[in-house]
Design a protein around this ligand. Structure first.
Ligand code: ATP
Ligand code: MG
Length: 362
């Protein structure tokens, strides 16, 4: 008998639709384990850290919580956000409280066009469109540096400073990561996005590091594009894109644009990676807690399920990851779509259809 490879997963459903979509992803992982015939297993531990938990306990992550997370091979995250807690409190209290100490400096967000899904972009020949946004995830505009009321002169005169931090090492590692990723793709190209015409320090450093690193990858085509021009390019010439690398803020915005172009925010997957693997990486859909539809059972589980497939990739289970992606694509092609994609299937119906496809193609 072959030995079972067991991967331990810390699941954090969080707020709103987080619980529904994480349950969907875990159902798919369960199926992957079952179909492996004992070759792989996933050992899942759930952590109840949410905004409700915060309001009761005064913190999102209890003392020793990060040590508990660290024992796992991966973290599977739903969403955080609640009308009862300020957005920056919940974001820094839970999501960034994991990505920062675990040095998950590379955030990848694939933009994938699925058959059967209407997109504002879609033309008859657009089905092959797919590109990946690589986001610097540890510094930049979200470094948390700055302060308020710096004028010291009271109401009406407040001055706030929000500083971007860009280090040469931080730029270099994410740019290299983007090139390494581009090398594995059919279209070997990296687009570097900055705003170096208007921001002459950090963004110029990005451009310089990009030009230097590019020399080590002669087989990869490159371009440098300003973020405003890149926004237009996403819409007008997406066929030119393969890997797009950008700072924390720019990539955050561009990846939302990408997911909307692909059909819905509910489709978008992401991975927060610690490429050195000193800490567990975290996999999560790009969307938030979606309080407007929470509890109705109609959320789109595809972003979360596709994030689980990125987790399988990181575990080295690439064949299984590919099968999950194929199952998702078969289901959308068959017109089994959740409400945000114009269909009327529930979260559970879409998930079960993906499970059935997975069983069929395995
Ligand atoms: P948060 O504060 O947690 O970021 P939000 O409301 O600002 O929440 P999202 O949760 O990302 O942002 O939701 C934005 C919009 O997209 C909402 O109208 C929501 O219903 C919709 N949406 C997001 N995710 C999904 C999903 N998985 N399925 C269906 N609709 C979704
Ligand atoms: Mg939001």
């Amino acid at each position: 008998m072959t030995e079972t490879q067991t991967f331990s997963i810390a699941s954090i459903p969080g707020d709103g639709i987080g619980g529904e979509v994480v349950a969907a992803g875990l159902r798919v992982l369960d199926t992957v384990a079952k179909l492996s015939g004992g070759a792989v297993d996933f050992d899942v531990t759930e952590f109840p850290w949410s905004s409700e938990y915060y309001l009761e306990n005064g913190h999102y992550i209890p003392e020793g919580g990060l040590d508990q997370l660290q024992k796992h091979d991966a973290i599977y995250f739903g969403a955080v956000g609640s009308s009862d807690v300020a957005d920056h409190t919940s974001l820094w209290g839970l999501r960034l409280a994991i990505t920062q100490p675990f040095d998950q400096w590379a955030n990848i967000r694939p933009v994938t066009f699925l058959p059967g899904v209407e997109s504002p972009l879609r033309k008859a020949d657009d089905t092959d469109l797919d590109w990946i946004v690589v986001r610097e995830n540890s510094e930049g505009e979200y470094a948390g540096m700055g302060g308020r009321n710096l004028s010291g002169r009271g109401p009406g005169n407040e001055v706030a400073l929000q500083t971007s931090l860009h280090t040469e090492k931080g730029c270099e590692r994410i740019i290299r990561f983007a090139f390494d990723l581009a090398r594995t793709r059919t279209t070997k190209k990296v687009s570097c996005v900055t705003k170096s015409n208007a921001q002459q320090f950090g963004m110029v450093l990005w451009d310089e590091v990009f030009a230097r690193v590019a020399k080590d990858y002669p087989e990869v085509e490159t371009e440098s594009v300003l973020v405003d021009a890149m926004s237009a390019k996403f819409v007008l010439h997406p066929e030119d894109l393969s890997v797009v690398v950008a700072s924390n803020l720019h990539a955050d915005i561009l990846s939302d644009l990408g997911s909307a172009l692909a059909g819905s925010l509910g489709l978008a997957a992401s991975a927060n990676l610690n490429p050195e693997r000193r800490f567990p990486s975290m996999f999560e859909p790009v969307h938030g807690s979606a309080p407007d539809i929470a509890g109705q059972g109609v959320s789109n589980p595809i972003g979360a399920i596709s994030s689980a497939s990125l987790m399988l990739d990181q575990f080295g289970l690439t064949a299984e990851a590919e099968e999950v992606r194929q199952a998702v694509s078969n289901v959308t092609e068959a017109g089994i779509l959740p409400r945000d994609l114009g269909g009327d299937s529930t979260t559970v119906e879409v998930t079960e259809a993906i499970v059935t496809q997975l069983e069929a193609i395995h």
